[in-house]
Design a protein around this ligand. Sequence first.
Ligand code: BEZ
Length: 249
Amino acid sequence: MPEQTWNPKNYDQNARFVTDLGAGVVELLAPHPGERILDLGCGDGVLTQKLVEFGCRVVGVDLSPDFIVAARSLGLDVRPMDGQALTFNGEFDAVFSNAALHWMKDLEAVIDGVWRALKPGGRFVAEMGGKGNIEKIEKAARRALRKRGLDKKVPEPNVYPSPGEYRALLEKRGFEVRSIELFPRPTPLPKDIKAWLKTFRKGHLEAIPESDREHFLEEIQEEVRPFLCGEGGRWSADYVRLRFAAFKP
Ligand code: BEZ
């Protein structure tokens, strides 16, 4: 069973901010017309399409069958593939990724696959959740699981490396790291924390008996309310981003 599944319609309503906030990492990628780019964990393809609009030849890969259908409906070249087992060889000018790498827990397998996929001189430019990402939400969710004796049964679905940890892995594989930064990006949400959890913590919810789900969601939301609910009842999530650019010599 995957730890997380995706519903493109729900994603569009509750998570469009993920691609809307991708402009910074696209700027760092600085795509040139004609370049061949791999979009690693392309999701529903909205950002992949932006790269196509720059005149790039883009291949997207994702593991979610529903996202692949959504991305293909935009006319994109998208293939089902695990980012931890990429099968490309020396064919891309750049590998790009936004808000996807934190779902791929075998960091070294990802970096190995990216290395193989790139041409010499190619670049790996990405943004993901970094150390401290959504800490308030994660702690409250863990506490609510523990209270129900489900802590061991529900694994942490994400990994949030520090810049030091990720730089060391990139350099171990032979990459030259041009930039790597960690920065907080408190992110306004379209709805509340309960809607966020329903979109991004499906694995947690599936472990909770249906009769207790609303209470579980309510409990987490109330715990984080003092930190994440601002004026006018507007909610935000305590995102922390790790953004980097690394080159294959
Ligand atoms: C993120 O983009 O950092 C993220 C989103 C959903 C769950 C976990 C992390």
